[in-house]
Write a protein that binds this ligand. Structure first.
Ligand SMILES: [Zn+2]
Length: 234
């Protein structure tokens, strides 16, 4: 994929690491081509670890460190943490406002997020409620609110104004319609995932599963490795 002009991408994720599984190879590709990518993580992810004896505070700090390190591997310098409680994310107007504030402040051309169109409930992990709720919050923030001053007009007092994005790429989607060749960046994706040390017990197993998935997507396009998205344009 070659973009004509440099663009800005904003990637939302329920937990630290979701976005690395879903799209870190694409992110590495985008930053290598000179585009800017910013991450925004909705919850602390403080409840999931295989490491014991961590206090909640230590856990939050560790997961933020891991996500920042994972970002650096793929050329992402800025990670925004909204610090909602892991597992207890609710679709409230307040959280939607937070997400709207981030989009209007960052002013991306393209937003990436988990997919509100997924509904098979065929995997416990993928259908974690924080993933479902994040996907819906981001979708609802984008339309109709983020580009319209009828929604959250009070943000103007913070010098934050409506902003129209061009498109959304949903990662980890059940119905992908857009593929990115990550053959050149799969090693970076794996390295990024290895930054999430508190989450991944068996790195070898993770890498094997990840390569298989990327190979399966790649086959559809005749590439060695790919990531897949459901792309929605305005
Ligand atoms: Zn997650």
């Amino acid at each position: 994929m070659k973009l004509k002009q440099k663009k800005k991408f904003l990637v939302f994720s329920a937990h630290p690491d979701d976005l690395d599984f879903g799209c870190a190879g694409t992110v590495a590709q985008l930053t290598a081509e000179g585009n800017e990518v910013v991450y925004c993580i909705l919850t602390n992810g403080e409840k999931g670890t295989h490491k014991v004896k961590q206090t909640k505070k230590e856990m939050v700090a560790m997961r933020e460190r891991e996500q920042k390190a994972a970002g650096k591997v793929v050329g992402v310098q800025k990670v925004i943490f909204l610090r909602n409680t892991d597992g207890d994310l609710e679709h409230t107007k307040d959280v939607r406002k937070e997400v709207t504030r981030v989009i209007r402040r960052e002013r991306p051309d393209v937003v990436l997020s988990q997919d509100p169109g997924n509904n098979s409930f065929d995997s416990f992990g993928r259908f974690h409620r924080d993933h479902r709720i994040t996907a819906e919050i981001v979708f609802d923030a984008i339309y109709p609110g983020v580009g319209s001053d009828s929604f959250f007009p009070e943000l103007a007092q913070e010098d934050i104004f409506p902003h129209q994005i061009e498109e959304v790429w949903f990662y980890s989607s059940e119905k992908p319609n857009y593929f990115v060749n990550i053959t050149a960046t799969i090693a970076q994706k794996i390295a990024a995932l290895k930054s999430h040390e508190s989450q991944i017990k068996d790195m070898k197993d993770m890498e094997a599963r990840l390569r298989k998935r990327a190979r399966d997507f790649g086959k559809k396009k005749g590439w060695k490795y790919a990531e897949a998205f459901r792309r929605l344009t305005f």
